[in-house]
Design a protein around this ligand. Structure first.
Ligand SMILES: Cc1cc2nc3c(=O)[nH]c(=O)nc-3n(C[C@H](O)[C@H](O)[C@H](O)COP(=O)(O)OP(=O)(O)OC[C@H]3O[C@@H](n4cnc5c(N)ncnc54)[C@H](O)[C@@H]3O)c2cc1C
Length: 371
């Protein structure tokens, strides 16, 4: 697409990917329309949760470490521009067994890219963060990581775009109706439904349950000023401190069953609550028996290897596909948007990892973990 002339691009989907794609296209001088079937970061969307972890730890997948560092800068710039609180700099903690390969690779990547970290033995972990029962775990602590206020940040972005020349509309787009136009489909877990032949088996939306527990009265030890976001590599539980007094958030990073994002029942299962309670009692003894104060059911939109899909439609010159966040895409919205806008304008080299060709059939549940 020629970048000199003002061209119209429609971005379908105002989740974190679509909003940041619209942002970068708009800042490149293109005329942009952004549409969403249910509204920016709505309750069915993957971006519709309260909070998301922004961490730099990605093991050997250093590309994502770099994207985390750059994305955090862009999130911070937008927070300053909009005056919205978007990022809570509470840090992130990886709990891992001794001699863990992922932790060793992460530390190597941090050293290569100048990311600050602290490696903790179990006794140091217990002293620094007494909320955790160390239980022999080691930890890698990233002081510059933290939590993004997810729904709020996407809605603030779309508000900013709408106030600054991007046309926003609540509308459900049908690919057949927009034939011949330049359209980016940033439709998250809806992508397989919109392009069943192409993506039906390459992106699978799975049910993910999120629980919030009430913290002890009069205590701020589970708030972001006292403890970081955390990921427990062995158990695959992860969590976010008590942000905005909504409760201590915890979820399991194991893929649930395949779901339909339009019609899925968003009540959590009793089984999930019981399992989380057992885990809490062992890892966070002060939260044993804590009341469940809120729940959410969201979905991951998984690719076979957890790499995002940011590519042109193989048969349609002017159609672009953006999604496959795979349970870890929120933090990278700013860089995913920049990359996609660069592809559309022909100003950025292609990275094969984001190509359609790199996405295999994962309909049998072979989707990778987001860790
Ligand atoms: C429980 C949970 C925890 C997570 N934790 C983290 C984390 O800690 N850190 C992290 O970085 N990431 C995390 N993620 C992943 C991250 O939230 C997602 O990767 C990201 O939000 C995906 O954004 P998206 O824009 O691709 O999709 P969505 O946010 O789903 O946006 C797609 C949009 O498209 C719209 N749409 C669909 N069809 C149409 C149509 N036909 N016409 C118009 N609009 C349409 C929808 O209404 C929706 O708003 C988590 C995800 C979940 C579910």
């Amino acid at each position: 697409m020629p970048t000199g002339s003002r061209a119209e691009v429609t971005v379908a989907g105002a989740g974190v990917f679509g909003a940041w794609i619209a942002w970068h296209l708009h800042h490149a001088g293109l005329r942009v329309a952004l549409v969403d079937a249910y509204g920016p970061a709505n309750s069915r969307a993957s971006s519709g949760g309260e909070s998301r972890i922004l961490r730099m730890a990605y093991g050997a997948r250093e590309h994502y470490t770099r994207w985390s560092v750059r994305s955090l800068q862009l999130w911070r710039e937008f927070a300053a521009l909009s005056g919205e609180e978007i990022f809570v700099p509470c840090g992130a903690l990886w709990l891992h067994p001794p001699d863990d390969v992922f932790a060793a690779q992460t530390v190597k990547a941090f050293q290569a890219h100048g990311v600050r970290y602290e490696a903790m033995a179990p006794d140091v972990l217990a002293e620094r963060f007494p909320q955790f029962a160390a239980r022999g775990s080691h930890a890698v602590y990233e002081p510059h990581a933290g939590a993004l206020l997810a729904r709020r940040s996407v809605q603030a972005l779309v508000r900013w775009l709408a106030a600054n020349g991007v046309r926003y509309e609540q509308r459900r787009v049908n690919p057949r109706e927009l034939d011949g136009e330049t359209v980016v489909y940033a439709c998250g877990p809806w992508l397989p439904r919109l392009f069943p032949e192409l993506l039906g088996n390459r992106i699978v939306a799975t049910r993910q349950e999120v629980l919030f527990f009430g913290v002890p009265p009069g205590s701020s030890s589970f708030g972001p000023q006292s403890m970081p976001c955390w990921v427990d590599v062995e158990s695959q539980y992860y969590g976010i401190p008590d942000l905005e007094s909504r409760g201590f958030k915890i979820a399991h990073d194991v893929r649930g069953v395949a779901i339909d994002p339009d019609t899925e029942n968003r009540s959590v299962s009793r089984e999930a609550v019981e399992k989380v309670r057992d885990y809490l009692a062992a890892r966070f003894p002060a939260l044993a028996g804590a009341p469940l104060v809120e729940t959410r059911v969201c979905q991951y939109e998984n690719t076979s290897n957890g790499d995002y899909l940011l590519d042109r439609h193989p048969d349609k010159e002017r159609v672009w596909l953006a999604g496959g966040g795979s349970g870890h895409g929120f933090k990278h919205g700013p860089m995913a948007g920049k990359y996609m806008a660069g592809q559309i304008m022909g100003s950025m080299p292609v990275d094969a990892r984001f190509g359609l060709a790199a996405k295999l059939d994962c309909s049998d549940g072979a989707a990778s973990s987001s860790l």
